[in-house]
Design a protein around this ligand. Structure first.
Ligand code: GDD
Ligand code: MG
Length: 360
């Protein structure tokens, strides 16, 4: 048996305008709740028992995934009364694990889309006899992440979460949010109070001489923490750049889910997904975007790199680039929205109300 903990709690979601009643892990990416991709990838790597550690809008997970048997998994749910932080959340579920003290336990941040070779991370952990093994990836700007310098054997030398000063940026290797813990180590994390693995557990372990092993794997990797990244990740799933056994249908330029209606001359490209019951009118051009179920896109609208919420409506000839339109919102005809604009759920923008380009 291989067990995993999936961290899906925390203080809320930066996709909030779209998803007042839905936490980010449940927003659909390539047609299924994002979490499905992580669960399916873990299953494919041999994991059979997953504990979902959650604190925020917890009640939406269990009705959807149930006992996990549809995915070939046994899933359990543990809800924190107050967010316990990443380390506190891991400690809080330890009584649900059945593994022996030396067994490997996988831990995943719940907002990561990656092609990581999970079995290779476990193998590295076992070959090096590490206490904790970490998936590392290289990014051009590491400031928003945990920096993890290693020696020539991959042994971790320091863990610097969200470095503040230029001197702290000692490497471009970052914590990619997937770990293997020696099971017995989880019980050494203090219980009943918030603990950050990144700011407390890992630095403390290093200070006491524990063996933390890094494995650099430069496969596809994306933190879906921002709406723009979420839209990018969904498109990459549809295009097949991000591997997931849970994409419903074949990978290609677009994914149109059953019961969606798409006019024959609509141009859907660059990994666009059209959800169930959505309506895409004639003359529309939609690129790299997520159209959630029952949304309506009226004739001539042009949508790029955007997320259109459930049952939202985009009016005729409106041009949307890099925007999030909340569930049930209405963008009237002839508007232009761009550059990270977010329209709150159920808001109404009248026809011709907003533009960025100069008057004509
Ligand atoms: N259950 C629970 N309780 N989960 C939590 C809590 C909590 O109190 N706090 C955070 N999480 C979960 C989040 O839902 C997310 O899946 C994961 O832990 C990481 O939290 P984020 O808030 O997304 O952290 P981050 O993206 O700023 O940084 C983390 O991820 C980076 C990679 O994307 C850190 O692990 C960095 O070191 C890492 O580089
Ligand atoms: Mg994150």
């Amino acid at each position: 048996m291989t067990e995993a903990i999936l961290l899906v709690g925390g203080k809320g979601t930066r996709l909030r305008p779209l998803t007042v009643n839905t936490p980010k892990p449940m927003v659909r990416a390539a047609g299924v709740p994002f979490l499905t991709h992580q669960l399916a990838r873990a299953r494919a790597a041999g994991v059979d028992h997953i504990v979902l550690a959650t604190s925020y809008l917890a009640e939406v997970f269990e009705p959807h995934f149930g006992d996990g048997s549809a995915l070939g998994l046994h899933i359990e749910y543990v809800t924190e009364k107050e967010p316990l932080g990443t380390g506190g959340a891991i400690r809080n579920v330890s009584s649900r694990l059945h593994s022996a003290p030396d067994d490997p336990i996988l831990v995943f941040n719940g907002d990561i889309l990656t092609g990581l070779d999970i079995a290779a991370l476990v193998a590295t952990h076992q070959q090096t006899n590490a206490d904790v093994s970490l998936h590392l990836t290289k990014v051009p700007d590491p400031r928003a992440y945990g920096l993890v310098p290693t020696d020539e054997t991959g042994r971790v030398q320091a863990f610097l979460e969200k470095p503040q000063t230029p001197e702290e940026i000692v490497t471009d290797q970052i914590n990619a949010g997937a770990y293997v813990f020696r099971r017995s180590l989880i019980d050494t994390i203090p219980a009943g109070r918030p603990v950050s693995v990144e700011r407390e557990t890992f630095p403390d372990l290093l200070a006491t001489g524990a063996h933390l092993q890094g494995m650099v794997d430069s496969t596809y990797w994306l933190d879906l923490g921002t709406p723009a990244a979420f839209v990018r990740g969904s498109a990459d799933l549809v295009l097949g750049r991000a591997p997931s056994p849970a994409v419903p249908g074949r990978c290609g330029d677009r994914l149109i889910l059953p019961t969606a209606t798409v006019a024959p001359d609509a141009k859907l490209t660059a990994g666009t997904v059209v959800g169930e019951g959505a309506f895409i009118a004639e003359g529309t051009r939609i690129s790299g975007s997520v159209i959630l179920p029952n949304a309506v896109i009226e004739p001539g609208a042009v949508i790029t790199d955007s997320l259109i919420g459930t049952a939202a409506r985009v009016g005729e000839r409106s041009v949307l680039t890099d925007t999030v339109i909340g569930d049930g919102a209405v963008v009237g005809a002839d508007n232009e929205l761009r550059d990270g604009a977010r329209v709150w759920c159920d808001a109404m923008i009248p026809p011709g109300a907003v533009r960025f380009s100069s008057d004509q």
